[in-house]
Write a new protein. Structure first.
Length: 271
């Protein structure tokens, strides 16, 4: 009998941070520790991982289906060695077909993309969890209209994967305003994070879903997310575990000296 896996929303950090420890020092130590601990929290090793990535938007849902995904260096201004990073995890074409089938069956058109490689929202976040790069991994795009309800419904359609040994991770950021990524973002990040913590941890499942559908009404919401693509992966992983309790598995009040950022798990850990 396959373990019922939890789902995660991960604040994935910036660019290729695991390969920049000399430059960043201890800035990512807490995030890295939370990602390493994710592996401990699982009752059994997943068969595969499905990453809902904030760095891929398409008119309809798309699923990466290569058996050997390449690399997408979707960042700029970093040292030359970060454009040589390799994360050679295998893809899983069978899982990709299963994901697309579940979405299509639920009325959300989805197709396969055999060319899509790993973007940094996937490989930077997965490296601390599975540094061996041996975990079969498939990516799911966001739908370009960024409709919260559509993404919650997509997660609901994907819920059976949790019984099939697939770990579903939404990779985004709880605060994503690059123009204020520092002291200027302190007020907005703390206000929005406080709302997010209350919504996910204190409200009943039906209430938290209703609140997330109105996320733009939250305190300083548009200052925290001028564009919501880094928040939408949360909707998918919540939809896949919509009746289950949430836990905060990573939180900092002074990320890069000023910002409040968080990650969440839906469902119980193994221990």
């Amino acid at each position: 009998m396959t373990t019922h896996l939890p789902t995660y929303f991960v604040s994935h950090g910036g660019g290729p941070w695991p390969w920049l420890k000399n430059e960043y020092g201890a800035a990512y130590d807490k995030l890295e520790a939370s990602l390493v601990d994710m592996r401990r929290q699982l009752a059994t090793r997943p068969k595969a991982v499905l990453v809902v990535t904030s760095h891929w938007e398409t008119p309809q849902f798309m699923v990466s289906s290569s058996s050997a995904p390449g690399m997408i260096y979707d960042y700029g201004g970093f040292p030359p060695h970060t454009y040589q990073v390799r994360y050679p995890a295998p893809g899983d074409p069978g899982l990709a077909r299963r994901v697309a089938g579940l979405l299509n069956g639920a009325g959300h058109p989805a197709a396969l993309d055999p060319e899509r490689g790993f973007d940094h929202g996937s490989f930077s976040m997965l490296y601390p969890v599975y540094p061996e790069a041996d975990m079969p991994t498939v990516q799911l795009s966001l739908r370009a209209d960024l409709d919260p309800l559509a993404h919650i419904e997509a997660g609901r359609a994907l819920a059976p994967l949790r019984e099939e040994g697939v770990l579903i991770i939404g990779s985004g950021l709880s605060f994503h305003n690059l123009r204020q990524f520092g002291p200027a973002g302190r007020e907005a990040s703390h206000a929005f994070d406080g709302w997010l913590q209350h919504t996910l941890l204190a409200l009943a499942p039906d209430e938290r879903q209703a609140a997330l559908l109105r996320w733009s009404e939250a305190p300083m919401a548009r200052a925290a997310h001028p564009r919501e693509e880094h928040l939408l992966p949360l909707m998918v992983v919540l939809g896949a575990a919509e009746k289950e309790n949430a836990s905060c598995v990573y939180h900092e009040d002074a990320f890069f000296g000023s910002l409040a950022v968080s990650s969440f798990r839906f469902g119980d850990a193994a221990a």
